[in-house]
Design a protein around this ligand. Structure first.
Ligand code: NAD
Ligand code: MG
Length: 390
């Protein structure tokens, strides 16, 4: 029998992390867990370590790491606990694993994800912010190291499933990213300013972490995904389109020059793209219930109203301008604004205003090294924090 593939999950306690463990548990003959990381939820990480017995666990906070190590020892679990930011990078590059699921949320995932790329790993990329921030630099590192980058974001995973193996730009007319429109698609415009974090996080089709849920409500998520698609598939802004599809059954489409449109369909459940990423080019069981098209009955499509979703417009402009550093600025300002909204420091409708002002203040920036990306990220965060008073 073939050796099992050894998987490291960065961000194991989150929505993508726990779904990944679910798929691994269903395919225990093919995969084993090598390392798990978490930020604060050590109870969840403790349970995961007891169940999957990874060789390593990482918690950035030293005290929490010591607590976890003690608890594991008492329970006779041999997992070694590392700490510090450096622990994340170490584990992302460790020779013991071949595959890294990048599922930390936000910029915190950048350095470990890039390190995994530089180490030539198979990377299952959920952490879209790391790619959006570092842009062409990320793709260059992947190319030079021979890493394999498999998109887990459902739209990009769908496009990846529908793409030909040959020259993409010659045969493809457009990539059509579907968007549910989130929980506020039909909310009267004059009520948007009083939307609460709970309302913004109540996504109709997907259960996700709070940051991406707010991004879905503003549709900044789709904006980040446009940037992600332009980088992953090396395609121009003119060949990218967003279409609202409230049912989230078609996860995205590829339109070819001969008029064919290929779509990937399935239940809105991240275990499908996770399973595809894990097993590619094969397929494995994911635990996702089969799609009953008769029950679904109708699929609807509509145009996006950019007045309702100004965050999407800001991101579209960033893709079109092609300044290598602007997407890092957009991402950083958005992360600060979303956290401030979740902390009830600003209104829902202030999120695009903060992002727009920070983009304006910083101007047409560019970044060619990781140090330059980190500097832009820090500057944009500082300016955004001044605006939100955090
Ligand atoms: P989540 O909030 O549920 O989980 C985030 C994970 O990151 C947790 O394990 C947490 O411990 C860890 N983490 C948070 N801050 C950290 C820090 N500073 N340092 C180290 N670790 C930290 O988020 P999620 O919904 O699982 O999303 C994870 C990533 O996947 C995001 O980039 C998101 O955009 C992307 N994604 C998620 C979904 C989804 O359905 N949830 C779909 C597509 C893409
Ligand atoms: Mg997505």
């Amino acid at each position: 029998m073939q050796d099992k593939s050894r998987i490291t999950i960065l961000g194991a306690t989150g929505s993508i992390g726990t779904n990944t463990l679910d798929v691994i548990a269903r395919n225990a003959d093919r995969y084993e867990v090598y390392a798990l990381t978490a930020f604060r939820r050590i109870d969840v990480l403790f349970d995961q370590c007891c169940r999957f017995k990874p060789r390593f666990a990482v918690i950035p906070d030293r005290k929490l790491a010591v607590d976890l190590q003690d608890r594991l020892r008492v329970h006779g679990i041999n997992t070694k606990v590392l700490s510090g930011e450096q622990g994340l990078v170490e584990i992302a590059t460790d020779d013991g694993s071949d595959t890294v699921m990048a599922a930390i949320v936000g910029a915190a995932g950048l350095l470990p994800t890039l390190a995994a790329a530089a180490a030539g790993k198979k990377i299952l990329l959920a952490n879209k912010e790391s790619l959006v921030m570092s842009g062409p630099l990320f793709m260059t590192i992947v190319r030079e190291s021979g890493a394999q980058l498999l998109p887990i974001d459902s739209e990009h995973n769908a496009i990846f499933q529908c793409l030909p193996s040959g020259n993409v730009t010659q045969q493809v007319k457009k990539l059509l990213l579907t968007a549910s429109g989130g929980p506020l698609l039909r909310e009267p415009m004059d009520r948007l300013q009083s939307v609460t974090p709970e309302q913004a996080c109540a996504h109709p089709n997907w259960r996700m972490g709070r940051k991406i849920s707010v991004d879905s409500a503003t549709m900044m998520n789709k904006g980040l995904e446009l940037i992600e698609a332009s980088l992953l598939f090396d395609i121009s802004a003119a060949q990218l389109e967003v279409v609202i599809h409230p049912e989230s059954i078609i996860h995205s489409m590829v339109e070819y020059i001969d008029g064919s449109v290929l779509a990937q369909m399935g239940q809105p459940d991240m275990r499908t793209p996770i399973a595809y990423g894990l097993a590619w080019p094969e397929r494995i069981e994911s635990g996702v219930p089969f799609l009953d098209l008769v029950k679904v009955a109708t699929l609807n499509f509509e145009q996006v109203d950019l007045n309702r979703f100004p965050c999407l417009k800001l991101a579209m402009d960033v893709v079109a301008r092609q300044n290598s550093g602007e997407s890092a600025v957009l991402n950083a300002a958005n992360e600060i604004a979303v956290q401030a909204f979740l902390d009830e420091l600003i209104r829902f409708t202030d999120i695009p205003i903060v992002v727009e002002k920070v983009l304006e203040q910083m101007g047409p920036v560019s970044a060619h090294t990781i140090e330059e990306v980190l500097a832009l990220d820090a500057n944009a965060r500082r300016l955004a924090a001044q605006r939100v008073g955090s």
